[in-house]
Design a protein around this ligand. Sequence first.
Ligand code: AMP
Length: 497
Amino acid sequence: MIQNKQLTTSEKRKAKNEKRKTKNEKRRRDSIIPIKLYNTATKKKQILKPYRANTIRMFVCGPTVYDYAHIGHARTYIAYDMFVRFLRMAGYTVAYIQNITDIDDKIITRAREQKMIPKDLARKFEKEYRADMKNLLVISISRYVRATSKIKEIISQVKRLLEKKYAYFTPDGIYYDVSRFQDYGKLAGRTALSAEDSITRIDESVQKRNKGDFCLWKSAKPQEPKWKSPWGWGRPGWHIEDTAISEHFFGPQYEIHGGAVDLIFPHHQAEIAQMEALSGRKPMVQIWMHTGFLRIGKEKMSKSLGNFTTIRDAMRTVPAHVLRLFIASTLYRSPILFHESMIQQARENWETINSMYNTIRLMHARIAHNTNAKREISRIQQYQKQFRAMLADGFNTPRALAIVFTYIKFIQSLGQSLSQETRAAALEFFTDIDTVFGILQKQKLSAIPRTITNLVAKREQFRNNKQWQQADAVRKQIERAGYCVEDTPSGSRLRKK
Ligand code: AMP
């Protein structure tokens, strides 16, 4: 009897849990924001459609670890970090993988110069890269995968490509025959057979069938790292590491693949040729995303041009929050110029957003019901909706930021008359801003005494009412307390003297 009762109770609990789960799942599904993205493959914006429930699988090409990462890398990886943060805020579950190229000609050459073992050099710079990402508040990557951790999967892909006659042997290694893949070059709108720049990294064999053929497996050379394969000792080509990793974790078709523009051809094109030939399924990737370059003057910042500033050097003077805002100020697909004046602008904008956030956080809100509260909240929520809509339409961060500034002006116009409810709505919008951009910094509660924030709000109120004399008197009071208020086009800012 007792047993029966226990069973009934647990069954009841189970049913209740199931019901709650279904309800939560439905609520989650209903609250998902549809997202439109520009697809390099179709040259159009299209709706992102998860293949399974609300899960997005995303692969972004990671760094080749032979040196410190520079702020060009920061541009690309911060942009994708913000994008994934947004996807998650929009209700999607995101599996975000980044590969680490830890075997490559550049690594071997640099290790030789530094009299190091290539593996040690690669591990050292991978560690430094991951530390840089942490300092830049890049938190969205689900998993980093080293190329050398997937040799078995790489060999399996090469074997299958040989069996399907997409690959052939040369004395230098195994090559992919691009003439066998009809759409080769389509991603970048060109033909491989005529493309001079299709030869990259380890694809230099003189015994290739076609100019654009690329290496899948390179035969071992003396003093180089090597792995055993059915075709003797060797090491993987560059393009095959990504498809081996993505097939292993995501299968032959998934939602998003990203990198910077330089990877469209031949790297991403080669990935398509490999994976679609292997699986017979198209498209390998639903949406191809490419970030624009971070430039110095007219040139791309790059290790090989030697015109780079490492992330750690930049961060000596530019905090992560400011660097992130600088990057969010330009559409991820467009080039971005790295120049002191742009950083200065980002600094000022950051001050505006962050000080308003803290003013609201630390504000002593009026508990009493404010008759305007309903209207104010509705306006704030409208801005919040527009903010999300801008991000959902091609991940347009500069437009979303423009909404943030309009919203801040509106909050400033409210002066001291914020009700508790208005303040809560305002903070909720700031939570959205920080969830996506990762730019806000909480000032300690003790940092600005409440008496001071109250005075600032009081002064704002006087200014809004054009009571200049009274506003001036309050300013003097603030200054006597050791603070100064600066009036900027976007409102007043408080600093400790
Ligand atoms: P790498 O370490 O050169 O393999 O580059 C890793 C990633 O960073 C690739 O997606 C590159 O396209 C990207 N990248 C390299 N330089 C820049 C730059 N100046 N601006 C934006 N992205 C870059």
